[in-house]
Design a protein around this ligand. Structure first.
Ligand SMILES: [Zn+2]
Length: 170
């Protein structure tokens, strides 16, 4: 039963990796699932979980380092009425302004951007969000690793103590 379950998880790992390695969003979903499996799967040995975690960490790190362009902030569209007295915008919603807004030292900053840069700005701000998400994931995994290493140390010490009669706890 135990072996079967282990095989099933290994299959699931491979399946999830294969299935979701194509797009960034889905692969981070896959990582969430893998984290959950590693964290809650008590059937898997501590050592296996540590090894799986290591793989996962290096995979995320690779993805983080692959990000070559990013900007903090968000794309916003705002409609403003202008100062011209007879302009159409006073009756209708206003002129469209495209902006990027971000926070710097606790202060909100805004810059107008040209229309042709909209998709570029969106892409770069999306990259930044993804980058930050992956940083949080690495931190989470570090926490899990710390716990697992504690468990692993206990197991190794217990095993070593059994090697000598005088070390055995009775
Ligand atoms: Zn106007």
């Amino acid at each position: 039963m135990y072996g079967l379950l282990k095989n099933f998880y290994h299959f699931l790992f491979k399946f999830v990796h294969l299935k979701f390695s194509y797009t960034r969003k889905l692969s981070s979903l896959a990582l969430d699932i893998l984290t959950a499996i590693i964290y809650y799967n008590v059937k898997m040995s501590t050592l296996d979980r540590i090894k799986e975690l290591e793989k996962q960490q290096s995979q995320i790190l690779k993805q983080i380092l692959a990000v070559r362009s990013m900007l903090p902030g968000a794309y916003r569209e705002v409609y403003c009425k202008c100062g011209k007295p007879n302009c159409w915008c006073h009756k209708k919603g206003g002129h469209l302004f495209r902006r990027i807004t971000w926070s710097e030292n606790g202060r909100s900053k805004t810059k107008a951007i040209p229309e042709e840069d909209v998709s570029w700005i969106k892409e770069l701000t999306e990259n930044y969000k993804e980058f930050q998400k992956k940083r949080r994931q690495i931190k989470e995994l570090e926490g899990i690793l710390k716990e697992l290493l504690g468990e692993h140390a206990k197991a190794v010490i217990k095993k070593s103590s059994r090697l000598r009669d005088y070390l055995c706890q009775k």
